[in-house]
Design a protein around this ligand. Structure first.
Ligand SMILES: [Cu+2]
Length: 177
């Protein structure tokens, strides 16, 4: 029975170690803040992508969400300062630069629907209504990982444990008889 406990403990530890690594997987994309425009101004990324804006100009710039989701505050020109935001939910996110909005310094991040990537025909119905709130940088908000992946990880771990228990029981029966 002690071995079973050890097995269960080990798999739990493994879950704690590897699950966050899987959740934090995500691409990184850079957008440069020039004088006075974003480069690239309009990008499409996959869910979980972290976008980093890099101050590449001489004027002060901001990246500011029209929906109030993020605001870098003023980043001084020539500072090379950066601001990052992680996009989790599919949808379109428009943003602007506070001092240069009137000059057309605006941009958008479109987060593609992960399921639509698998079957391109599904994009026709539009994902506009699915523009839910993305979580801010993973740790800041409610904890980042979607419940579904947590459940899958738990179920997988439990399944492994059940297999282990059965295997041990069979081994024991064989060795004692
Ligand atoms: Cu600007």
């Amino acid at each position: 029975m002690r071995r079973l406990l050890q097995l269960a403990t080990l798999s739990l530890v493994a879950l704690l170690f590897f699950a966050p690594a899987a959740w934090s997987q995500g691409q990184e994309v850079t957008v440069r803040m020039e004088d006075n425009f974003f480069d690239q101004a309009n990008i499409t990324v996959e869910p979980g992508t972290t976008v980093t804006w890099v101050q590449s100009g001489n004027n002060p710039h901001t990246t500011t969400s029209y929906d109030g989701l993020w605001d870098s505050g003023m980043i001084e020109g020539g500072s090379g300062g950066t601001f990052s935001y992680t996009f989790e939910e599919p949808g379109r996110y428009d943003y602007f630069c506070i001092p240069h909005e009137s000059l057309g310094m605006i941009g958008s991040v479109t987060v593609s629907d992960a399921t639509a990537t698998a079957s391109p025909t599904a994009t026709a119905t539009g994902t506009a209504t699915a523009a839910a709130s993305p979580t801010a940088t993973a740790l800041a908000d409610t904890g980042g990982p979607p419940v579904s992946s947590l459940l899958i990880a738990l179920v997988a771990t439990l399944a492994l444990e059940v297999y282990g228990v059965i295997a041990l029981a069979l081994l024991r029966r064989h060795s004692t008889s």
